[in-house]
Design a protein around this ligand. Structure first.
Ligand SMILES: [Zn+2]
Ligand SMILES: [Zn+2]
Length: 353
């Protein structure tokens, strides 16, 4: 798209310039402060309103959300340091000026659906690299060249968009279960009703947030760690803005919620061989938050296949996709069958890889 039809956007670049020397400031995860990359001066970011960041909002299905951000439009910002044009493409929320390298983060008015809160990065790239190395060292059957590949992988810090959802479910279910075996095998019908309260269900708010990223972050999510959306927390990091309406977010994550409900029903029935579950639920009290969560991502490719390792920017929990070495797999399979004979534990074999 040519530049003359792009929209102008607002960024609070002044807040990211050092008051002492005019240098660029970026967020320092270890200090929890904005840090001048020229003179090292630190700027505290806490405000008396920080606790408001954990606030939840009631979902009103009939209220139209018409501030839908147009992700297809390119938008420009004129750098106040050097006058260069900084282009915001798609869902990007945070950029660096290509001319002076200064961080540019969109202001709240231009942050798409109003992203109200985030958990700031608490781990630095060095820590993320050490976590990745430890993760590789624990992998059985990984090819010998994988550690070297990961050392060379580009590591990026990204704020990824998430939802938290609360709801109350009053549901009625019907299911079958089996008892006995062989000739004594019987199928029974059962039904019942139960209520479920979901609190702070963490759901991805973008197709870019893969299960890998979600599961790397899900662990120990604590709403008390949320801070109000401020450009300073994003300075120096990539970020994706919220671009789903609440209705879109709810329907995109409906399959995951169904899975959770079915598991609760199985626990409620508390018998083995439960199948053929059907249910109807009356959902009320939906509350949501639009938040950003920090994640380190290292991309690498193995045998031409793109793969990645993700490290939580909160607690360092690490997940990854990795190739298997065929030779090592055969070795482990042999060792396992020997152990399986001794221990009679053949079932666990798949889980160890
Ligand atoms: Zn400075
Ligand atoms: Zn610039």
């Amino acid at each position: 798209m040519p530049h003359d039809v792009t929209d102008q956007v607002v960024a609070d670049q002044a807040a990211l310039s050092c008051a002492s020397c005019g240098g660029h400031c970026v967020f320092s995860p270890l200090q929890g402060k904005l840090e001048c990359s020229s003179c090292g001066r630190l700027y505290a970011l806490e405000t008396i309103h920080d606790a408001d960041a954990a606030q939840e909002f009631a979902y009103e299905p009939d209220a139209a959300e018409n501030d839908l951000p147009e992700l297809t439009r390119e938008r420009t910002y004129q750098c106040r340091n050097c006058g260069g044009a900084v282009l915001f493409v798609g869902a990007a929320l945070s950029e660096q000026c290509p001319y002076c390298n200064g961080p540019v983060v969109l202001g709240p008015a231009d942050a798409g659906y109003r992203t109200k809160a985030l958990i700031p990065f608490q781990t630095d790239p060095g820590f993320a690299r050490r976590q990745m190395r430890a993760w590789v060292a624990r992998r059985l059957a990984a090819p010998r060249d994988l550690p070297a590949l990961l050392e060379d992988a580009r590591l990026a810090g990204l704020y990824a968009p998430f939802w938290t959802f609360d709801s109350h479910e009053a549901l009625r279910y019907w299911a079958k279960y089996t008892t006995g075996s062989g000739d004594r095998r019987r199928t029974h019908r059962t039904s019942g009703s139960m209520t479920i309260t979901f609190d702070d269900l963490l759901m991805p708010a973008s197709a870019h947030v893969t299960p890998l990223i979600r599961d790397g972050i899900l662990h120990d999510f604590d709403p008390a760690a949320l801070r109000p959306y401020r450009a300073a927390y994003l300075a120096g990091f990539a970020a994706e803005r919220h671009h789903q309406s609440v209705a879109q977010g709810l329907s995109a994550n409906a399959p995951d919620k169904k899975l959770l409900i079915r598991n609760r029903i199985k626990r409620h029935i508390d018998r083995s061989g439960v199948h053929g579950i059907r249910y109807q639920t009356d959902t009320t009290g939906i509350h949501y938050r639009r938040i950003l969560l920090p994640v380190w991502i290292a991309h690498y490719s193995y045998g031409g296949k793109p793969m990645k390792v993700v490290v939580s920017g909160i607690d360092g929990r690490t997940y990854g996709e990795r190739p298997f070495s065929r030779l090592k797999l055969i070795g482990y399979a042999a060792a396992l069958s020997a152990a399986a004979i001794v221990l009679g534990l053949a079932w666990g074999a798949g889980g160890l890889l």
